[in-house]
Design a binder for this molecule. Structure first.
Ligand SMILES: *Cc1c(COP(=O)(O)O)cnc(C)c1O
Length: 386
């Protein structure tokens, strides 16, 4: 899907920059593709709300029949409000508060993905107070390297997430003595923006091994949840606007050994919403440095923190110039008082001037949701195109 520069400029005429521009047609096509691919194998997909919590986006995703993956009590409430069914809500997170656990219990959600022994004990206590049985899954740390940035790697023993192999015996003992929880499944999530899909094959092999331990110990599990993390093509969003969901699911079909009647669940965030969003910003100044020219934009790390937070790459296009010959280099930087407030170094663009409009691509995931008002900046508007 090629960037429609005229459509963007039309929006710029009516909205103050910077703003997030969400392409609902691309979102719908992405959802449709993911849904079809999952259906082929009868897999269940939960949308990870934390990637993008915009209401219209959530409404579309819930209407498409996805479940929800939440990491806070407020996300659970938001998911319910925007039409996700309660029995399809998974609740993850290494630090769930008592209040948040109670929100999950009150709404009879699908499962609590538990990350520590103490958490299991607390959920049991809180469920007992309400006279309920809480459905839980164990988030297991499979010690699989996702080969992604270290800040978004979550499945290694050195990470804070999940329960490790050496704790299994103790965990099972705790569960057997807890009368207000029911163990329903195993949960895994090894990281984010994973483009080397062999990491998922490694995960499948680890899951099989771990399953075997549970089978040998006569513990039946209704579901396996392999989390999310499927990466997108930040470099060529026009060529690959939609991820190869089919190929992704096929890995699990090929390598994961499910037990009879066992369900397989996924939690996709970025892959569903990243490419449909662009951050639209105006060039305020061009500043010529010794070695580099700076294009200073009215958007900053307050609207999109990924480059500053984990050196993430985002493609940048000059929307004001129809001429595609890019022969100038700019450091595209925001106005915030931090040197890390930089969207890209040595970005190749056509000759760029004050007043030009830039599109910072693939900002639909972990963009708006991570916005903050540092420097007392206003919240950027969300604008939709079809
Ligand atoms: C963040 C998160 C996801 C979604 O990750 P993406 O990289 O956006 O697909 C899924 N599951 C859990 C537990 C998460 O924390």
């Amino acid at each position: 899907m090629k960037l429609d520069k005229n459509k963007i400029l039309e929006k710029v005429a009516h909205h103050k920059t910077p703003f997030y521009l969400y392409n609902l047609t691309l979102l719908e096509e992405t959802l449709e593709t993911a849904k079809k691919a999952a259906k082929k194998y009868n897999y269940h997909v939960h949308y990870a709300l934390k990637a993008n919590c915009d209401e219209r986006v959530l409404n579309l995703i819930s209407q498409s029949g996805f479940g929800a993956d939440c990491v806070s009590g407020n996300e659970i409430l938001k998911a319910i409000e925007t039409g996700f069914s309660k029995e399809n809500i998974a609740f993850a997170g290494v630090g769930k508060t008592d209040d948040e656990i109670n929100i999950g219990l009150d709404n009879d959600i699908f499962t609590f993905n538990c990350e520590s022994i103490q958490e299991i004990e607390v959920i049991n206590e809180l469920a007992a107070k309400k006279g309920k049985i809480a459905p839980i899954a164990l988030r297991i740390n499979p010690n699989v390297n996702a080969n992604t940035h270290k800040y978004i790697t979550t499945g290694l023993e050195e990470n804070k997430f999940g329960i490790n192999r050496w704790e299994f015996e103790k965990v099972i003992q705790v569960i057997q003595n807890a009368s207000n929880i029911k163990l329903k499944g195993l949960h895994f999530h090894i990281g984010s923006q994973i483009v080397d899909l062999s990491a998922y094959r490694s995960l499948c092999i680890k899951v099989n091994e771990i399953q075997n331990w549970f089978v040998e110990n006569h513990i039946l599990l209704e579901h396996i949840n392999v989390g999310g993390g499927l990466g997108i093509d930040y470099y060529q969003p026009d060529i690959n606007p939609i991820v190869d969901f089919e190929g992704f699911f096929a890995i699990f079909n090929d390598f994961l050994e499910l037990q009879p009647h066992q369900e397989l669940h996924f939690e996709l965030g970025r892959a569903l919403v990243a490419t449909m969003g662009d951050l639209i910003t105006k060039v305020l100044y061009i500043k010529n440095g010794q070695r580099t020219n700076f294009a200073i934009t009215d958007a900053g790390m307050t609207e999109l923190i990924r480059p500053a937070l984990y050196q993430a790459y985002h493609k940048i296009d000059n929307v004001s110039k129809q001429d595609e010959t890019s022969d100038q280099f700019y450091d595209v930087v925001g106005p915030i008082c931090e040197s890390s407030d930089c969207f890209g170094k040595r970005v190749k663009l056509p000759l760029t001037e004050r007043g030009d409009i830039l599109a910072i691509r693939c900002a639909g995931a972990y963009g708006e949701v991570m916005a903050n008002n540092y420097n007392l900046r206003e919240k950027a508007e969300v604008v939709f195109i079809q």
